[in-house]
Design a protein around this ligand. Sequence first.
Ligand SMILES: Cc1cc2nc3c(=O)[nH]c(=O)nc-3n(C[C@H](O)[C@H](O)[C@H](O)COP(=O)(O)O)c2cc1C
Length: 187
Amino acid sequence: MSSEVIELMCKRVSCPRLESPAPSSDILDKVFQAGLRAPDHMLLRPWRYLIVQGDARGRLGELFCDAAISDSTDLTEAQREKYRAMPLRAPMLIIGIAENQVHKKVPVEEQIVSCGVGMGYMLLALQSEGFGGMWRTGPMAKHSVVKQGLGVQSHETLVGFLYVGTPKGELKPLPELKTSNFFHEWN
Ligand SMILES: Cc1cc2nc3c(=O)[nH]c(=O)nc-3n(C[C@H](O)[C@H](O)[C@H](O)COP(=O)(O)O)c2cc1C
C-alpha cells in the first residue's frame, strides 16, 4: 500500500490537454476528501473551493474576457475569444481560494500554503482514479474583475484554477530530477 502511494506521487504529472468526462460525483467526493486532509495549523480550515462545469465555464470565460477588456479596450475579437475559451480547456475547474483569517499563531502565508497543499492532494487523488489535472494561475487569478465575479473577498486569495478531466493522449514524460541537487545534509 505505502509503496503504491509513493509510486503514484513520483508519477504525478500535469495534463495540459483534458477532455470529458470529468470525474463522477462519487470520485469527486473522494478527491475533495483528499483535499481536505491538507496539513492545517490550528485547524482553521482556511480554504474553500468553487466547482465550475458545464455552461458555467462559458460564464467564467466571459469574466476572463471582461477582465482583459478592463485592462485594454482595443482587444481584437480573436483576442477576446481566446479569453472566453480558456475555461473550456477542461470539462471541470476547481478553483482554490484561501479564506485567510486573522490569527495570532497562523500567518496568512501558512493558510495559503495549506490551501495549495490541498490542491496538490487533489491532483494526486485525481490521477489515482485515472483522471488528470493542471494547476493554472496567470493574470486572471489576481484580476479584480475575476475575483469580484467569483465572489472572492478582499481578505481571500485565489490560489489557483485546477483544470480537471480525462487526459487526452499520452501523458507527458516524467522529468529526471536528481534528489542530490535539492536535498542537502545540514549539521
Ligand atoms: C501555483 C501554480 C501556478 C501555476 N500556474 C500555471 C499557469 O498559469 N500556466 C501553466 O502553464 N502552468 C502553471 N503551473 C505549472 C503547472 O501546473 C505544472 O506544474 C507544470 O507545467 C509542470 O508540470 P508537472 O506538474 O507535470 O511537473 C502552475 C503551478 C503552480 C504550482
